[in-house]
Design a protein around this ligand. Structure first.
Ligand SMILES: [Ca+2]
Length: 358
């Protein structure tokens, strides 16, 4: 099999922040309900495939996307789950619970990898609860996960929608790595891959240098960054400044709907976990930012550089590495578009209005 990391780079890395070609100069809060707003110039709603480890911020991401689906701004063609915050099967059941709450009941949810490629599995129960959703006593979902493995679903959906699929990955990257190994033509079939993960000029959150989604499967992450497909990476550098605070949580808590109550309950639990880190009441809704940037890329600024994952460091395994020098070394890898500065007010307003619209 030919791995795509030998492919020539499509262009030289640019060390300075760049703005996407299709971005607008106006960074004001978008009108979430305007059809076509999410992707200027695109005639049809983008087809989204989620790969996640639901999880509290994954759940908020699903609520955000459900609102966009209802508004006609996105089509959700499938979800796969992976080990990460919780085990993959629990993540799939949680995904079905959240989608059913949002009355999105026609999307296949596939269970994916239950362990990483080359290390023991780790969960993040301290941050999300033993069941991944704040230890709430939630009913069983009406639907069951589909029989197809998540990696096979990625390949099938990419084959059925060549050039159209946007994969949003907000968990460990094992399913994506496995899909790349299943089908070496996959990179040419996918429109874009948006990954929440990594940390560059920011400390890690699993270890001093490693962010959780990368740390949970560094080998798979490096496969994803080595592949010749367009990757947008949303690291802690971009997500942490968007942390919602007590005022935002109060606005959510003040809304009386079953979905707002659910969102408020899980977010208050998440804030309890996050407050010592942030040193103020609040929480970082990492995954929702990644999903929002898939639909509204102009909410961030980006730099474009190849990304590698440290696989052997005694203290730094799972660290994402870029060459930030003014004259970076030549690299055969395709540059990754890395989100750096994000429009915090627009993100928070859009997330809240999406949840409250359901
Ligand atoms: Ca996640």
């Amino acid at each position: 099999m030919t791995l795509p990391n030998d492919a020539p780079p499509p262009g030289a890395a640019t060390p300075n922040p760049v703005t996407p070609d299709h971005a607008t100069a106006d960074r004001a809060t978008p009108d979430r309900a305007t059809p076509g707003r999410a992707t200027p110039g695109r005639a049809t709603a983008p087809k989204i495939l989620f790969d996640c480890d639901t999880g509290i911020d994954d759940a908020m991401m699903l609520l955000y996307l459900a609102a966009e689906v209802r508004a006609g701004n996105a089509e959700l063609v499938g979800v796969g789950t992976v080990h990460g915050n919780v085990d993959a099967r629990t993540g799939a059941l949680n995904t079905l619970r959240v989608l059913e709450l949002a009355k999105i009941d026609d999307v296949p949810v596939a269970v994916g990898a239950e362990r990483p490629m080359a290390q023991d599995v780790h969960y993040a129960l301290d941050w999300h609860g033993r069941n991944g959703l704040a230890d709430l006593d939630l009913p069983e979902p009406a639907a069951r996960p589909s029989a197809e493995p998540a990696a096979a679903q990625i390949v099938r959906l990419a084959r059925e929608n060549p050039g159209e699929l946007t994969i949003v990955a907000t968990g460990s990257l094992t399913n994506l790595g496995a899909a790349l190994l299943l089908d070496d033509e996959l990179p040419a079939l996918v429109r874009e891959v948006v990954v929440m993960g990594g940390a560059f000029d920011h400390p890690g959150n699993s270890t001093t240098h490693a962010e959780a989604n990368i740390y949970h499967d560094p080998e798979a992450a490096d496969l994803v960054f080595a592949a010749d497909w367009p990757v947008v990476l949303v690291p802690l550098d971009a997500t942490h400044p968007t942390a919602v605070g007590a005022d935002w949580l109060a606005r959510l808590a003040g809304h009386d709907s079953s979905i707002a109550r659910f969102a408020s309950q899980i977010m208050e639990w998440y804030a309890d976990a996050y407050t010592p880190t942030l040193r103020r009441r609040g929480a970082v809704v990492h995954d929702a930012l990644a999903a929002m940037l898939a639909l509204t890329p102009e909410l961030c600024e980006y730099v474009e550089r190849p990304v590698r994952v440290e696989l052997r460091g005694e203290l730094t395994r799972g660290m994402t590495v870029w060459d930030a020098r003014s004259l970076p070394a030549p690299d055969s890898r395709r540059p990754v578009r890395i989100a750096v500065g994000s429009d915090t007010a627009a993100f928070q307003d859009c997330l809240l209005s999406a949840v409250l619209s359901l």
